[in-house]
Design a protein around this ligand. Structure first.
Ligand code: FAD
Length: 318
């Protein structure tokens, strides 16, 4: 079923959902599935699976030369979606990227997802391919998520990329997109970023999932602005419980967000990461209580492969 159907069926009750990351190539899928298993207690109606593009790596050889390779560290998104569907009977939401794909490759990818019985996609531009710091589309690929949203919405109407001499079967994907309560790092200002978000919704996005944030006020202000701009689709807050002391510096750098002073103080007072993980859990519980009270459609957790802290939080909320 579609995420939009799940929201309707929840009838105002807050939905629990998670995002998982494919294992590093060569690792066992079992660990990931075993981590998801205990979270079934909270009945997630959907699980997102991230997509990871290729990386450019320079590898030193024994003879001293440097070999340049292009490799994908975390393949397997579609296989994991299929495993989630079969093992848990939960709707998987594969992330679909502009980066690394031509439009035709995207179309074929969407055909595969459709054949697998996948009803949802989270449409993203994708990050720049490592180690580059600017995003470059593939030749005949897309530069912005809004363009890819349009392609999926077109397919949903039976409009494929090329003329065909037979009737094309429309897909029926529910389309999610990303948004940033604290602004996407490349956008010159909030206003510009916001207009492009509106464009994604106008082109066919059915719902929004936000980047993680640790200050609920940032989320509330963002939702208010969306509603004032006529964006009426459901907005899921993305949540990540802070889990190590180091993340106090790492998360703001990676995700371009601000840590609230009270959280900084509480984590700095910790003697070790076990304590920091507990502080992260307690902070997230407070965030979730307030968000639930405000009537969010769901709480979407970035699990990053570990489920123990999300379980502690979910037990308090659901
Ligand atoms: P867009 O909506 O295309 O926006 C990108 C930037 O371009 C913004 O600054 C925007 O303001 C600007 N912009 C948009 N449209 C235009 C336009 N027409 N003209 C000029 N400027 C424009 N990355 C992955 O690689 N794999 C994943 O699985 C993944 N999952 C994610 C899940 C969530 C919930 C979130 C929040 C992010 C995820 N990301 C993932 C990261 C994401 O790919 C990056 O944040 C990326 O830099 C932006 O993606 P987007 O879809 O928001 O881009």
């Amino acid at each position: 079923a579609k995420v939009s159907d799940h929201i309707r069926r929840a009838n105002g009750k807050t939905i629990f959902s998670i995002e998982v990351i494919p294992p590093i190539k060569g690792d066992n899928l079992k660990n990931l599935l075993d981590n998801i298993e205990p979270l079934m207690e909270f009945k997630p109606p959907f699980i997102d699976v991230t997509y990871h593009r290729e990386e450019y790596i320079e590898r030193p050889e024994p003879d001293g030369t440097i070999r340049k390779i292009i490799t994908r560290k975390r393949p397997g998104t579609v296989g994991i979606c299929s495993a989630i569907l079969h093992r848990f009977g939960v709707d998987p939401v594969p992330h679909v990227l502009c980066g690394g794909f031509t439009r035709d490759e995207t179309e074929d990818f969407l055909v595969d997802l459709n054949y697998l019985g996948i009803d949802n996609v989270l449409v993203l531009r994708g990050d720049p391919a490592k180690p580059f710091d600017t995003f470059k589309p593939k030749t005949n690929g897309y530069s912005y998520a809004s363009e890819l949203v349009e392609q999926v919405a077109n397919m949903n109407r039976g409009l494929y990329l090329h003329e065909s001499d037979h009737a094309m079967t429309p897909s029926d994907f529910c389309i999610g997109v990303a948004a940033y309560p604290e602004k996407h790092f490349e956008a010159v200002d909030h206003e510009t970023d916001f207009n492009y978000l509106k464009m994604k919704v106008d082109k066919g996005a059915d719902y929004i999932v936000t980047q993680m944030f640790f200050d609920n006020q940032k989320f509330f202000d963002f939702v208010k602005k969306c509603r004032e701009a006529g964006i009426t689709v459901p907005i899921f807050p993305g949540l990540k419980p802070l889990s190590t002391r180091k993340q106090l510096q790492v998360l703001p750098r990676l995700f371009h967000l601000e840590m609230p002073q009270d959280l900084i103080k509480a984590v700095e007072a910790c003697e070790n990461d076990v304590q920091a993980r507990q502080v992260g859990v307690e902070w997230c519980i407070q965030q979730c209580r307030e968000l639930t009270k405000a009537g969010v459609p769901g709480l979407h957790f970035y699990t990053m492969g570990k489920s123990d802290n999300v379980i502690k939080i979910a037990r308090e909320i659901f």
